[in-house]
Design a protein. Structure first.
Length: 244
């Protein structure tokens, strides 16, 4: 298929590489200095893959809808504006804080673990993530997604604390912390801690390949579809096609 790329940073370059390896043609690349508008030449692109600045997302989705091209949105930090998607005519979008299939499965493991430990009030829980120093948001969108999943399934946790705790932490708070260092592509860790032991769940991204491959596969999936979709829609269809 033909794919256009919005944003040509680390992720955009890896998306280009993975799309080519999967036999697709990248027909247009628009970076931060290229204004994306209804006049932009996408050269027949059947889907757009976007990793841009959060402030640009809604306008870009509107433009993609005007052009009649589905968009795979991997940008984070804009989810407070999700409701605006419903007012966009002809919208076609799949969004996720992380398109890695491994991370999606890790999220499902976190959900199951929280259900197992939820009734055991003696176990406390936390989330910590590591990313490279160039990452714009902290904590990561994936860490926030994990926190949402845990909060829905841990009856002793009522809210997430995303900042440093200056003093004794509220026992009802799920502490979600971050480290920014070097070139780390991404590490997410969930701990269930008790006096007697600790159980750790950990996802380590060796490189951006997993994120990019997932985004390209999402573009393959959304081509020709209309509506607002998430990784749940994509993955449910993926598993429906696999004989387990």
């Amino acid at each position: 298929m033909k794919i256009a790329i919005l944003g040509y940073g680390r992720m955009g370059k890896e998306v280009e590489r993975q799309a080519t390896l999967r036999g697709h043609e990248v027909t247009a690349i628009l970076d931060i200095d290229d204004h994306f508008s209804a006049a932009s030449k996408l050269n027949g692109a059947q889907a757009i893959i976007s990793f841009v600045l959060a402030d640009a997302v809604i306008d870009n989705v509107k433009t993609a809808a005007q052009l009649g091209v589905p968009i795979v949105e991997g940008t984070t930090g804009w989810y407070d504006r999700l409701e605006q998607l419903k007012s966009i005519d002809n919208v076609s979008i799949i969004y996720s804080p992380n398109f890695s299939i491994g991370v999606y499965q890790f999220t499902k493991l976190a959900e199951y673990a929280a259900r197992l430990f939820g009734p055991l009030n003696d176990y406390d829980c936390y989330v910590h993530e590591f990313h490279h120093t160039g990452k714009a948001d902290s904590p990561s969108g994936t860490a926030k997604k994990l926190a949402d999943v845990l909060l829905r399934n841990l009856p002793n946790k009522e809210k997430a604390l995303y900042k440093t705790s200056h003093g004794v932490i509220d026992p009802a708070a799920l502490h979600v912390t971050s480290t920014r260092v070097g070139r780390v592509p991404g590490v997410h860790e969930i701990g269930f801690d008790y006096l007697a032991d600790e159980i750790l769940l950990k996802h380590v991204a060796h490189w951006r390949e997993g994120f990019a491959v997932g985004a390209v596969r999402a573009a393959e999936w959304i081509a020709g579809k209309k509506g607002i979709f998430t990784m749940d829609d994509f993955m449910n269809d993926l598993f429906a096609s696999i004989s387990l």
